[in-house]
Design a protein around this ligand. Structure first.
Ligand code: C2O
Ligand code: CU
Ligand code: CU
Length: 506
């Protein structure tokens, strides 16, 4: 029997009430919410268009950002104080990228979702020293997709991405207009970078995960879209494409519109879905992207919200034992307003009807090998049930792992054959984990033995594993043992604490 939204909201409210957020956090919330007033226009990402030049330059810089008006916090960004531009590249070209590091600390730039060889993937094996410039040549061997890029220094990824080292990368073939898809960037084709931040009582940005927060990921108390709290986007009175990126360290966004309107899911991380499903709710977990088409002609203005998601935190399936001992500092007990959409009759309408089908990529051929991956929480296993909450004060005891092995830069976990498909059965302990694979794309074959959720039916590179998922992973790109690809949980606190492994493709 399906659960109605009302039942779900009631359930969530009760759960949230039962989980006492620390008093200091609740005070911070009230104050921060008041200071982080919404209503500003949605910032359009600066566009770095490399589709004609086949070249682009980024500089990682340190700066300051006011998350609450009048209160600057130190941040990092690419070519700007916080976050980065929208880089556009063309399918079938080779793009000369240049990344200068002016931050004074080692950073890297991983092209998340871009299918390139391991030596230009930008993971932890390709740090850029302070003052240095990295110049990878990126062969763009995939079709249109919404990708992103972010720093990936082992142990520092959480802090550096939170500080702002992330941007958006679009692969285009210039033919979206022919497909009936909105493609006017900043007009009917909008990028929304979804994040949450923790602001203290003064409105300053805080990143100081304690042991409980490393356990379930660092959650904020204020939501931001493109770096601004609850912005307003002006949209034409027609069909608008929203490219959604969850760039939060740990928060799942459970997206819907305040009027429950439906929308069309046209693409997941690795491109178009042949038979796009109509949804009225979409869960987007850290690292995931989705492209949706929303009709503002028929339905007018709306607010995008994230529903409280008790179902994704502290919910355990398959062998979990102590989930309800975890105090989750969840401070959003009502839908979180993310962005308002206002219709502007002067904006040009390019698309009035939703496409019925798209050319989605073909499914990978059948797998030759099946492997198991268990995302584990070594700290909990060692500490035992009762020790979990406060028995782990300090960060020393908290270790995450995959198949019992915490990440080690010097250990190759796996070697797979180039141009092969493998079935990866991934299961998570303690809570749901967004599982990501570099240099490969996958189809979700099943989730907990059943068919995948509708939003997991396209080609993906990141998927929320809540219980167990079987993935058909296609390896078309090579990585030497010295420059391997990563697979990891995209809760950045988990990744930094060891829930990551590495593999070669030859
Ligand atoms: Cu988005 Cu290995 O990362
Ligand atoms: Cu990646
Ligand atoms: Cu995780």
């Amino acid at each position: 029997m399906p659960v109605t939204r009302r039942q779900l909201l009631i359930g969530c409210a009760v759960t949230a009430f039962g989980l006492a957020a620390p008093a200091v956090l609740r005070r911070g919330v009230a104050r921060a919410a008041e200071m982080a007033a919404g209503g500003r226009p949605l910032p359009r990402l600066a566009v770095l268009d490399a589709t004609a030049t086949n070249a682009f330059s980024l500089a990682a810089v340190a700066g300051e950002t006011e998350f609450a008006a009048g209160v600057p916090s130190p941040t990092l960004g690419f070519n700007q104080p916080y976050l980065g531009p929208l880089v556009k590249v063309m399918t079938g070209t080779t793009v000369a990228a240049s990344v200068e590091n002016r931050t004074g600390r080692p950073v890297s730039v991983h092209w998340h979702g871009l299918l390139v060889p391991g030596d230009v993937d930008g993971g932890p094996h390709q740090p850029i020293a302070p003052g240095a410039v990295w110049r990878p040549a990126l062969p763009i061997a995939q079709g249109p997709a919404t990708l992103w890029f972010h720093t990936h220094i082992h142990g520092e990824t959480g802090a550096q991405v939170y500080a702002g080292l992330a941007g958006v990368l679009l692969v285009t073939d210039g033919r979206d207009g022919e497909r009936g898809l909105p493609a006017a960037t900043g007009v009917d084709d909008l990028v929304l970078v979804l994040q949450d931040k923790r602001l203290d009582g003064d409105g300053r940005l805080v990143y100081a995960p304690g042991s409980a927060e490393r356990m379930h990921g660092f959650l904020g108390n204020t939501a931001f879209v493109n770096g601004v709290p609850r912005p307003t986007a002006s949209v034409p009175a027609g069909v608008v494409r929203l490219r959604l990126l969850n760039a939060a360290n740990a928060r799942n966004f459970d997206l819907s519109f305040d009027d429950d309107r439906s929308f069309l899911l046209v693409a997941t991380e690795q491109g178009a879905i042949a038979a796009p499903p109509t949804l009225d709710r979409l869960r987007l977990t850290p690292g995931e992207r989705a492209e949706i088409l929303v009709d503002f002609g028929e339905h007018g203005a709306a607010r995008l919200v994230s529903l409280p998601h008790a179902e994704t935190r502290g919910t355990m399936s398959g062998g979990g034992m102590m989930h309800d001992m975890l105090p989750v500092p969840e401070v959003f007990t009502a839908p979180i307003p993310l962005a308002d959409f206002a219709v502007d009759g002067d904006l040009p309408i390019a698309v009035r009807t939703l496409p019925a089908s798209l050319d989605g990529a073909a499914a990978p051929p059948p797998p030759a090998v099946t492997r198991q991956f268990v995302l584990n929480d070594m700290g909990a296993m060692m500490g035992g049930g009762m020790a979990m909450g406060d028995g782990m004060a300090g960060d020393g005891g908290l270790v995450f792992a995959i198949n019992g092995q915490p990440f080690d830069m010097g250990r190759l976990d796996l070697a797979v054959g180039a141009d092969t498909t493998e079935r990866w059965i991934v299961s998570g302990q303690m809570m749901g984990h967004p599982f990501h694979v570099h240099g490969a794309r996958f189809l979700v074959e099943s989730e907990n033995g059943g068919p995948p959720r509708p939003e997991n039916r396209g080609l993906k590179d990141t998927v929320f594993v809540e219980g167990e998922a079987a993935l058909l992973v296609r390896f078309d790109h090579k990585a030497a043992a010295a420059a391997p690809f990563m697979f990891h949980c995209h809760i950045l606190e988990h990744e930094d604490a060891g829930m990551m492994g590495q593999f070669a493709v030859a």
